[in-house]
Design a protein around this ligand. Structure first.
Ligand SMILES: [Zn+2]
Length: 154
């Protein structure tokens, strides 16, 4: 338990949480500030700093196995088509991932309207709190792709 960590407090029962599933090492609870119905937060009970990919691999894999169970439970109980998942970890520095149940895809995901709405966050080198799952509208320049490939592989 980390002093002042909200998620550690939820694990210990010192802060309220609508827990939907848990096992010995993990807990899933409803996000109190959801963007979509039944948006859920899944955490390891042990405090790890917020960047999930700094976790020991075994702990991360165990977390993912639990996340899969939570997602399938939400799908089965609420009728979501699927759950999308994001690791962010900036607001609360305790590894957590968010599940976003998709009840229905109402419009074509890659639509002109969606591109227009999201154009302000495309191709930014800073993180504004948004991610999008659709591809960008324009193909990246070949030399930029090559530069990135070279940097990542070096
Ligand atoms: Zn914590």
């Amino acid at each position: 338990m980390e002093d002042g960590c909200l998620f550690c407090k939820i694990v210990s029962g010192k802060a309220p949480g609508h827990v939907i599933m848990e096992d010995e090492k993990h807990m899933a609870f409803l996000d109190a500030f959801p963007l979509v119905e039944a948006q859920s937060v899944v955490i390891p009970k042990k405090h790890f700093p917020g960047y999930a990919f700094d976790m020991p691999t075994g702990d991360l894999l165990e977390l993912m196995a639990f996340v899969q169970k939570v997602a399938k439970r939400i799908d089965s109980k609420l009728g979501s088509e699927r759950c999308m998942q994001v690791f962010q970890g900036y607001a609360i520095d305790h590894v957590h991932t968010k599940l976003f149940p998709v009840m229905q895809v109402k419009e074509k995901v890659v639509s002109e309207d969606n591109y227009r709405k999201l154009s302000s966050i495309f191709k930014q080198n800073w993180y504004s709190g948004f991610i999008v799952s659709m591809s960008g509208k324009e193909r990246e320049k070949e030399n930029k792709l090559q530069e990135l490939e070279d940097r990542i592989k070096s």
